[in-house]
Each structure stands twice: as structure tokens, then as C-alpha cells.
Design a protein around this ligand. Structure first.
Ligand SMILES: Cc1cc2nc3c(=O)[nH]c(=O)nc-3n(C[C@H](O)[C@H](O)[C@H](O)COP(=O)(O)OP(=O)(O)OC[C@H]3O[C@@H](n4cnc5c(N)ncnc54)[C@H](O)[C@@H]3O)c2cc1C
Length: 366
């Protein structure tokens, strides 16, 4: 990449987990990065806020396995750099009816009720369900992780600017011109990691995306019923929406949510949970993890950016190869943060990543 005196090498739009990880990876490679975020650090308008996220190796298709490996390796490297634990390994049980839909290294199907109870005594697997057990699953310290990536980027010279709204971009002779509320910037490459707003900056992507409002409920930490090894990460695959749960690792309390919600315009802040929505989550939690006091200490609303097949959209745009998109993480993208950051940096550098064909822009004709 050539560098003109007043240009960035790369402009990153969005400082959720993926834009922050991309900024860190690019800065580690010596690229001059300017990252633009319209809201304040830690804001609650997108998808990356909150203390915790689930991490797991259990995925529906072996196509994911290498990317999952890269994610686990990336978190281990960040833990070493940050000097603190970011991943609590608790094991995970993923309950389903019929044939198992998840696989992965060391994952096993557990169908005997006694064996299920031994794996995770605190989790009541619904009658008629089996479960996939993933020993590597656990809880990510999400807020700490994003803070560590931010520090890694800034320490290597990345310029992270909050309160700057990107209005549009266009190809320019030397790369890309980006229009913001704060003026026009140019760079050799543009990374669009705009989460639920990605379709606004890449209109050809918009028809593939649906934005959902999602709720989670967290209960008081320190309750024996919610602590590993009594409880690990879990999910229950139900027709009306997959229920996911996190144990009380790292002192953050047990968290529960449902992978379903109404379509939402991201320009509107996600509406807070209503009392009846909170009651519904409490009832689910009481059923799956008996013995917990389900009085909420936190109920959070945030956004999922969904594709129809739940696969991400990562890659350059065919009509503008200097623009790399990292989007549509369909409710399960946080765990891939460092792997997405490295992928974006490779793609900006022109390094082929055929391992990402299964989530590429090209497979969607973009
Ligand atoms: C309730 C909930 C639970 C989840 N649980 C898990 C889990 O257990 N495990 C897991 O792996 N994943 C989970 N996910 C999914 C994961 O959190 C998301 O996939 C991930 O956070 C998406 O990050 P992002 O950076 O793509 O988007 P975002 O975090 O939304 O970041 C995009 C950023 O771009 C900014 N932006 C957009 N447009 C502009 C613009 N024009 N100008 C400037 N800035 C702009 C936005 O303000 C935003 O900050 C969960 C998500 C939710 C909501």
C-alpha cells in the first residue's frame, strides 16, 4: 500500500467488535488507521455492548471449524497481550430435538439423561431432547475484550474517532473518499464494519439483511445454581426461537436470551424490555435452571443483523475492491472478533482467504 502524506492507509467505519478488531489487526501490521464511530464508546445502539458473550466450537457445519480455531487462537493471543483472562471455559450443552445440528472438534452428542445431568447438573434439558456437549465452550468477557482491542489499536497508532457519522463513500483515484459530518477523508482502503447499518453504506447488501431487536436478562451473580461447573453455556433449540444462556462466570451473573425478535429500524434506539417480556425470560430461566432467583439485575435490548442462512458477509466488493465489508454477524459474531480482524487485514493487504469462501461477499454476488 502506498501512503500519501495526509491520508490514512485504511479508514474503518464502525467501532463495534469487528471494526475495533480490524483497527487493531491493521495497526499491528503498521497500517495507518483512522476509525470512525458515530456513537460514544460502549454505546447501546448496536450489537457489541454488555459484559458477556458465548464462545463455542460447536457449529452447524465443518466449514466453520477453521474460522472458529482462528478465533480461539486470537483470543488466547489477546489474553497474553492484555495480561488478563478474557475467556472462561465452562463447557456448553446445546439441546435439540431430532438429529444434532451442531458439530465441532471434541463435540459429542449426549442422549442419556444421566449423562446429561453429569455434564451439567444445573441445566434441565427438556424432555425428548438430546444435546451436543462442547467442552471448549464458555463465556467471553465482551466489554473487556473490546477494551483490550481498543488499547491494542491505539497503542500502535490507530486514530479512533467517536461521534463521527459517515454519510457515504465513493471510489477515488488513490482509493476511497469518505464523507463524514466532520469533513471528507481519503484512504487506500475502506473497511465497512457498520453492523446493522451496513446496508445503508452498501445498498447492494441491504436486501440480504434483516435487523432484529433482541433482549437478554441477567440475574444476580454468586448464586450456586448458576456457577460453573453446575452450569455452563447452554441453548435449547425451539421452533419459536432458540434460547441461549450463559453461566455466572467472571462474576457477571447468569444471562438468558432468545434468538428471535421483531424487525427493527436501527435509526430507532432498541426499545427497552417490557414487564411481560421480562416475565417471559424469567419463566424460561426458571425452567431451564431451577434454583435461581430470577429477579433481574439487568434487561438489555440490542440488535442482531441477520442473513437468511445465518452466515456472515466478509470480503471486498466486486465493483469496488478497495472496500472490504465485515458484516451481518447474525447474532453469533462476537466470538469471531480477532479472526474477523485478521481476515479484514489480510483482505486489505490482498492476501487470499479461500477459507472464507463460505461467508464471502462473492458468494452473494456482491
Ligand atoms: C443480545 C445479543 C446477544 C449476543 N450473543 C452473542 C454470543 O453469545 N456470542 C457471539 O459470538 N455473538 C453474540 N451476539 C452477536 C454479536 O454480539 C454481534 O455479532 C457483534 O457484536 C456484531 O458486531 P459488529 O461490530 O458487526 O456490529 P456493531 O457492534 O453494531 O458495530 C457497528 C458499529 O458501526 C457504527 N456505525 C454504523 N454506521 C455508522 C456510520 N454511518 N458512521 C459511523 N459509525 C457507524 C455503529 O454505531 C456501531 O457502533 C449477540 C448479539 C446480541 C445483540
Amino acid at each position: 500500500m502506498t501512503r500519501a502524506p495526509d491520508e490514512a492507509d485504511v479508514i474503518v467505519v464502525g467501532l463495534g467488535i469487528h471494526g475495533t478488531a480490524a483497527a487493531a489487526s491493521l495497526a499491528r501490521r503498521g497500517r495507518r488507521v483512522v476509525a470512525l464511530e458515530r456513537f460514544a464508546p460502549g454505546h447501546a445502539r448496536g450489537s457489541s455492548h454488555g459484559h458477556t458473550r458465548m464462545i463455542r466450537r460447536a457449529y452447524p457445519n465443518p466449514a466453520w471449524n477453521e474460522f472458529v480455531d482462528r478465533a480461539f487462537a486470537g483470543w488466547a493471543a489477546l489474553e497474553a497481550e492484555a495480561g488478563r483472562r478474557l475467556v472462561h471455559r465452562t463447557g456448553g450443552l446445546y439441546a435439540h430435538r431430532g438429529a444434532a445440528r451442531l458439530q465441532g472438534p471434541e463435540c459429542v452428542v449426549v442422549d442419556d439423561p444421566g449423562a446429561l445431568a453429569r455434564r451439567m447438573p444445573g441445566f434441565v434439558v427438556p424432555d425428548g431432547c438430546q444435546a451436543v456437549y462442547d467442552p471448549a465452550a464458555g463465556v467471553l468477557e465482551a466489554a473487556q475484550a473490546i477494551a483490550a482491542l481498543r488499547r491494542a489499536a491505539v497503542a500502535r497508532g490507530a486514530d479512533l474517532r467517536h461521534g463521527v457519522h459517515v454519510r457515504g463513500w465513493e471510489p477515488a483515484a488513490s482509493g476511497v473518499r469518505v464523507a463524514t459530518d466532520d469533513g471528507v477523508l481519503t484512504a487506500s482502503r475502506l473497511v465497512i464494519a457498520a453492523g446493522s447499518w451496513s446496508g445503508r453504506l452498501v445498498p447492494s447488501l441491504a436486501p440480504s439483511l434483516d435487523v432484529w431487536r433482541i433482549l437478554t436478562l441477567t440475574v444476580a451473580a454468586g448464586q450456586p445454581a448458576g456457577l460453573p461447573p453446575n452450569l455452563g453455556a447452554f441453548s435449547v433449540d425451539r421452533p419459536e426461537g432458540l434460547v441461549f444462556g450463559l453461566p455466572d462466570a467472571g462474576g457477571h451473573g447468569v444471562k438468558i436470551g432468545v434468538d428471535a425478535g421483531p424487525s427493527w429500524d436501527p435509526e430507532e434506539p432498541p426499545a427497552p424490555a417490557t414487564p411481560s417480556e421480562i416475565d417471559e425470560l424469567r419463566e424460561l430461566l426458571a425452567g431451564y435452571v431451577p434454583g435461581l432467583d430470577t429477579t433481574p439485575v439487568e434487561a438489555t435490548a440490542c440488535l442482531y443483523t441477520m442473513t437468511e442462512d445465518r452466515r456472515f458477509v466478509i470480503g471486498p466488493l466486486a465493483g469496488a475492491p478497495e472496500v472490504v465489508v465485515a458484516a451481518a454477524c447474525s447474532g453469533h459474531g462476537f466470538k469471531f472478533g480477532p479472526a474477523v480482524g485478521e481476515a479484514v487485514a489480510d483482505l486489505c493487504d490482498g492476501v487470499p482467504r479461500p477459507d472464507l469462501d463460505f461467508v464471502s461477499t462473492a458468494r452473494r454476488g456482491l
